[in-house]
Ligand binder design. Sequence first.
Ligand code: NAD
Ligand code: IPM
Ligand code: MN
Length: 360
Amino acid sequence: MSKKILVLPGDGIGPEIIREAVKVLELASEKFNLGYELVEGELGGAAIDKHGVPLADSTLALAREVDAVLLGAVGGPKWDNIDVAIRPERGLLKIRSELGLFGNLRPAILYPQLAEASTLKPEVVSGLDILIVRELTGGIYFGTPRDTVTLENGERMAYDTLPYSESEIRRIAKVGFDMARLRNKKVCSVDKANVLDSSRLWREVVNEVAKEYPDVELSHQYVDNAAMQLVRAPKQFDVIVTDNLFGDILSDQASMLTGSIGMLPSASLDSNNKGMYEPSHGSAPDIAGQDLANPLATILSVSMMLRYTFNQLAAADAIEQAVSDVLDQGLRTGDIFSAGMRKVGTTEMGDAVVAALAKL
Ligand code: NAD
Ligand code: IPM
Ligand code: MN
């Protein structure tokens, strides 16, 4: 059965890391006889330049039609000053929302070879394996009303709204508990229930859902404490389930436990496990076009695609093994470099993963 994948390289380092990830995907497809068809489109700044909008209707239609989407990253200084309604990031938010990709999985796993690359002490992070489950289509990112207005005294004021409905909370909580069942059966729900109404409802609904999962241990933390605990003793966590904004921030923070944000993949899933796969990082304009970006987060996102959307577990495992083998060989992009290792660029890193996968 032929499956279609839409590839959206995006902006900045997006095209560079996607090139490497596609090489890996193509080899995996050949090796495991997956027979995927790839189609390419534009998102973000690239789409603004070509279509005048960050997500063209034709691209959205294609995204609905395919089985999965592979995305690089969007945004950059070139489009920072255009009308907010068509900023590159709006295209990303729109595709997430239109496809109903409410469940964002961001695994922060420390490869043992990278213990020295983390800015935290090796004993604090060794063996780390956390899954952040971030709600992705609700909360303050999408709440209305929101506006920038001028007050009577001439002062400007801006506001956003943070809404969560019971059903939105319930479905993301279930993702968290279901994932925990496949892991160490612990969920920590992160909120700000000491201040926010939306968080109080969040906590109530998560407690209700927990009754359906008596085998899973549930705890709650306020987000400020969770941010502190993540660097104090990160191994206390198994699955963290949290809202859109807190999840955005905590996942960037957790990435440094693994050595670099260049190691953090992600899957954004709908209720049928159709998904969009992208690294958790952005378009890194500061290093774009210089063969410096770490492609591993994107390559590991391909592995998540094979695992979650296509259920090709052997192929997904093989990609992860190939990444580990390359780290064993001592190859490191600049962001995960440490003494005694060999510094390589984006392309060489991708080629090395391809070579390691070919040998498996
Ligand atoms: P960023 O994640 O792009 O970069 C933050 C820092 O991490 C930079 O120093 C960058 O060089 C480094 N970095 C990121 N990815 C790396 C990689 N693979 N290898 C090595 N180093 C890497 O965040 P930012 O600078 O805040 O944002 C830049 C642009 O990206 C903005 O326009 C932002 O909106 C956008 N963005 C997009 C996404 C996405 O498309 N999913 C995510 C985050 C930010
Ligand atoms: C991410 C990014 C996006 C987000 C931006 C670019 C809209 O930071 O994927 O983490 O905030 O969700
Ligand atoms: Mn982010």
